[in-house]
Design a protein around this ligand. Sequence first.
Ligand code: ADP
Length: 651
Amino acid sequence: MAPLIDIRDISKSYVTGSFQVHALLNVSVKIEAGEFVALVGPSGSGKSTLLHIMGFLDRPDSGEYYFAGHPTAKLGEGRLAAIRSRMVGFIFQSFHLLKRTTARDNVMLPMVYTGLGTDAKKAMECLKLVGLSDRVKHKSNELSGGQCQRVAIARSLVNDPLVIMADEPTGNLDAASRAEVMQVLKDLNARGLTIVMVTHDEEISGMAARVVRLKDGAIVSDEVRRPSAPAPASSSLLPAARLSFSPSEFLEQLKVAFKAIWSHKTRSALTILGIFIGVGAIISLMTISEGFMKSLLSGASEDDAKKVWVTPRRQHGKPYRRFQMSDVEAIRAGAPLAEKVTPILAREKQISVGDKHVDSRIQTREGFTFEEQKPRDKFFENRKMTGRFFTPAENLDRARVAVINQALAKKLFETGDALNNDIRIGGVSFTVIGVAEDHKAEQIFGGQPTAYIPLKTAAKRVFGAKRLDYIEVTSPSPEDAPEARRQIITALRARRGAREDAADDFEVKTFEAQIEMFKSTMGKLSLVVYSIAGISLLVGGIGIMNIMLVSVTERTREIGLRKALGARNTDILSQFLIEAVVLCMIGGALGVALGFGLGWAAYFFIKIPPTLSMGTISFAFGFSTAIGVGFGFWPALRAAMLDPIEALRYE
Ligand code: ADP
C-alpha cells in the first residue's frame, strides 16, 4: 500500500524585503498510515511550513506531494477544501474554538462543510472519546485550557480523518493539561489514527513513535523509537469537490449571521439606519400613492368614467374667460355624444354666522333643480343627508335656501347642528334646509366647506350675472368619453370662431385623463422622494460595506479556522454575503414598518388609508437583498480570498 504521506523533494521560500528565506529546501519524507510522528526543531526551522503543506493549507513552490497514493499538485481549491474537510483533522496551539459557542457546537462545526449534514450524536461520541461528556453544554470561555484543547481534538475527529495534524498542541498548556492532552493523542494513535505533531518540546516529542528533526528548512535526522500499530484499512479515494450548499450549511450561515449582528447590537442598529430611512421613505410614498389610487378608483363609478369636464384655461396674460349659457347651448347643439350637459357655478365666497366667517365654496348646478326633495343626481346619491334638498319651485322663486356640507356646518356651528339656522352668503341671508355628508373625493382633502344653492338664486342674488364656472358633460358610455371630448372641443372652437392655430381658452378632460394627470403629478413627487431615498440607501449601503469590512477583519482568525476545517472560498463568500443581506433585510423590514406607519400618520392629514400590497413588500425585500449583495460583495470577496495560514496567525 502507498504511504499515507509521500513528500518528495519539496521546497518553499518566502521573500521578505530584499532577501529570500528558505523555509523548506528539498525536503523528502514518507509517513505510513498509523504512525505517530513528531516534527521537532528550533524555532524557524520550517516545522509549521511542512505541516501546513502536509495538511493542504499551503502549497510547496516545487517538489511533489502524494497523498494516499494520489498526486496533489494539480488539485483545485474546492478539491483541497474537500480533502481538509474529510481526511485531515487540525489541532492548533491556540485551540481556535469559536467564542461564546458550546463545546458540542464547536465539535459539530467541521460537519457543516462536508455537505452531508450535521450529526449531534457523532459530536457527543467524539467528546466522550476525549473525556468531556460532562462539558457538552459549556461554552469555550467556561472551559480550562486543557479542556479547550480536548474539545479541539474532538472537533478534529468528527469527520473520521485519516490523519491529525497538530501544531504545538501543548504549547499553551500547564504540565497537568499537557499530560492529559498527550494521553488523548496517544490513545487515538493506539486506535490506528495517524498523527503528525509539530513541537519544540523534547519531552513531548519523546511520546511520539517517530521523531523527525528539522534545521534551517532541511531534515537532519529521522528516528523511529517504537513500531506503530497497523492502521485499519480505510478508503483512500480522494473526495470530490463539493458543488452545492447543504441546508445545514445555510442554517449555520444564518445562525452565524444573526449571532454576529446580535452580538454588536448598537453597531448593527446604526448600520441599518440608512437602509431603514431609505426603504421607509420609498414605502411610505408607495403605500400612500397606492391608497390614493385605490380610493380614487373605488370612489369612481361607471358614471364618473362617462363624464367629461369642461373648464376654463387661463391664457398667458389674460383673465379667465368664464363660460356662458350660450356655450352650454353650443355643446348641446354641436356634440351629439354630449348626452347631458350641466352648467355649474362654483366660486369662493365668505359665509358667515354672527361674527364667524368661513371661506367656502358655493356650488350650484342646473341639475340640482330637476329633482324633487332627494335628487337622484349622482352628485348626492352616495351621500347621507339630513333635512331636504331644494325644490324646482324654490329655484324659480330664487328662494334663499342652502344645503351645506358637514365641513362647513362644523366650522360655522360649534355643535355641527346647522339645520334650520340662518347663514349669510355674500351679505345675503339663507336658511340651511339640509346638511350633506362631505363628498368622497373631498374627504381626501379633509372636506372643503361648501354650500349648495339653487342656480337662479345664485345667478341673481349672489353672483349678479349668469356666468358659469365649468360644464359637466355626460356621454352615453365610458368608451364614448374621448369622442365626446373631441366633439365638445370642435363645438366650442366653432362657437368662439377660433382660428386653426389659436390655443384654446378652455380645457376638456375625461375622467381617465384626470387619473393620468394624478399619476403624472404623483410621478413627479415620487422622483423627489426616490432621489432622497436613493441617497439614503447609497449612504446606508456604504455603511453596510464599511461594517462588513470591519466584521471580516475582526473575524479573520475565524475565517482561517473555517478554511482549515474544510470551508471553500465560496462558503466564506456566501457566509458574509448572507450576513450583509440579513442586515439589509432587517433594515428593510423595519423600513416597511416605518413606511406603513408614516402612511398612517399621513392619514390624519389626507384621510386616505395607506395600502400595503404584496408587491410593495416584495419590492422592499428584493431591494434590500440587492443592496446587501451589492455592497456586501467586496468585503465578502476579501474574506473568501484570505490565505488560511495568514488568517489563522492574524493577531
Ligand atoms: P517553525 O514552525 O519551525 O518555527 P516556520 O515553518 O514557521 O518555522 O518558518 C520557517 C521559516 O520561514 C522562518 O524563517 C520564518 O520566518 C519563515 N516564514 C514562515 N512563514 C512566513 C511568511 N508568511 N512570510 C515570510 N517568512 C515566513
